[in-house]
Design a protein around this ligand. Structure first.
Ligand code: ADP
Length: 411
């Protein structure tokens, strides 16, 4: 187990910005419990990142219950080749390299290892493997958020973690536990993925909500972390996994494969955001305008990020103006923003039903303080004593686009 007081910690990138030599981002894929599809997400996300042109490696960090080789059609019990220097060569499949305990044992002899050995193997898979230059090294963590996961999160310099949940698994308690675990070791949460969200019919391609949708999204709202996207419940995802040819490869045009592609894009964007935009963290007093974040019009460009603000200012006392990096400007009436709050007090967690009665919100409701939350949202403390809401830039942008569309229709 690494000692975070002396070893490299996740909070301290090297001078080059790379936390492991030659590897731009090491990302843990975690879940509060087993069976939510975490390994399936890891595999398909890795392949979707590859399809977007990234160089990707995948470590099956579930040393005691490895499942990645099966999903990629890699035979078990066949150890990887070694370099003359004693480094393992990752096994290549579909353009990504992978390392797993299943290569060292076979399915019938489950590894019985004690904690320190688990950590030793993991370090070998990451540090004593010749990955070559990579954009992403994904770690499929064992399910749960116990000691093993904590040790793993500590022993590897992570860029961040993504948490996989299912819509029924809106159990905030479980997700929160995972979150706290990463927070303890200063690992940023890059976002939440909702898996098995709605059912996609294999014949007509239509998606039906088997479970309630949006649990993951609401969860990320409440836990104040980004929402990366939803993957539908799809029998072909299971077939792909069972047959060793993941759906992203087997059916790249399917809805599920495209959902993994969107996820990969979101993850890249999140990492991009995490590098910091032009706006620095702020706590902005609306009345006095003290601490205003700024307006950097020169940073806007057509190819810019659509959910990264490069300017926030008071257009007038009732209007917040946002300049996005792609050059679009949105103006929000502050009371409309108060009404659009999506916190648990304003929206029912399970059903998504609106709880906030617009009539109960005073006409002169005004922000007291707007504060940045990570690089993805602002929190607003309102003068009606409401302050639990969080406005992700994603949410703000879609609010802006929706009201923009209304204006266009009016003319
Ligand atoms: P975990 O790693 O969380 O334990 P797995 O990735 O092993 O979960 O997935 C558990 C089961 O759920 C597998 O049979 C897998 O094929 C299936 N599964 C995963 N994601 C989906 C999905 N989106 N739709 C249908 N089945 C899925």
């Amino acid at each position: 187990m690494a000692d975070t007081s002396t070893g490299p910690t996740s909070a301290e990138p090297g001078a080059s910005g790379e936390k492991l030599p030659g590897i731009r981002h090491v990302i843990a894929v975690a879940s509060g419990k087993g069976g939510v599809g975490k390994s399936t997400v890891s595999v398909n996300l890795a392949l979707a990142l590859r399809q977007r042109g990234a160089r990707v490696g995948l470590v099956d960090a579930d040393i005691l219950g490895p499942s990645i080789p099966g999903m990629l059609g890699i035979p078990t019990g066949q150890p990887p080749a070694m370099t003359p220097g004693g480094q393992a060569l990752p096994v290549e499949r579909y353009g990504i390299g992978t390392m797993s305990m299943a290569m060292l044992t076979d399915d019938d002899s489950p590894a019985v290892l004690r904690g320190p050995m688990v950590s030793k193997y993991l370090k070998m898979f990451i540090g004593a493997t010749q990955w070559g230059p990579l954009d992403f090294l994904l770690l499929d963590l064992p399910p749960g958020t116990g000691d093993i996961q904590l040790t793993l999160a500590q022993s590897v310099p992570l860029s961040g973690a993504v948490i996989v949940t299912t819509p029924q698994d809106v159990s905030l308690k479980i997700a929160r536990r995972g979150l706290r675990m990463f927070e303890r070791v200063h690992v940023p949460i890059l976002g939440v993925i909702e898996n098995m969200s709605g059912f996609t019919c294999g014949h007509c391609g239509e998606t039906t909500d088997v479970f309630r949708r949006g649990g993951g999204e609401r969860m990320s709202q409440q836990l104040q972390v980004p929402f990366l996207g939803a993957i539908p419940l799809d029998a072909e995802i299971v077939t792909g996994g069972d047959e060793g040819c993941p759906i992203v490869i087997a059916r790249p045009e399917s809805i599920a494969a495209r959902a993994y592609g969107a996820l990969a894009a979101q993850l890249e964007e999140q990492l991009d955001n995490a590098r910091g935009g032009v706006l620095k963290p702020f706590a902005w007093r609306w009345d006095s305008n003290e601490g205003a974040p700024g307006w950097v019009a020169s940073a806007a460009r057509p190819a810019g990020n659509r959910v990264r603000p490069v300017g926030l200012r008071r257009h007038d006392l009732r209007t917040l103006a946002v300049l996005w990096e792609d050059g679009r400007e949105d103006r929000f009436d502050v009371r409309d923003l108060r009404l659009a709050c999506r916190c648990a007090l304003c929206i029912e967690e399970m059903s998504g039903r609106k709880l906030l009665d617009p009539k109960s919100v005073r006409a002169d409701v005004t922000p007291r303080v707007l504060a940045s939350v990570g690089n993805y949202a602002i929190g607003i403390d309102w003068n009606d004593e409401h302050n639990s809401g969080l406005y992700s830039f994603d949410h703000l942008r879609s609010l802006g686009e929706r009201s923009g569309a209304l204006v266009a229709e009016d003319v």
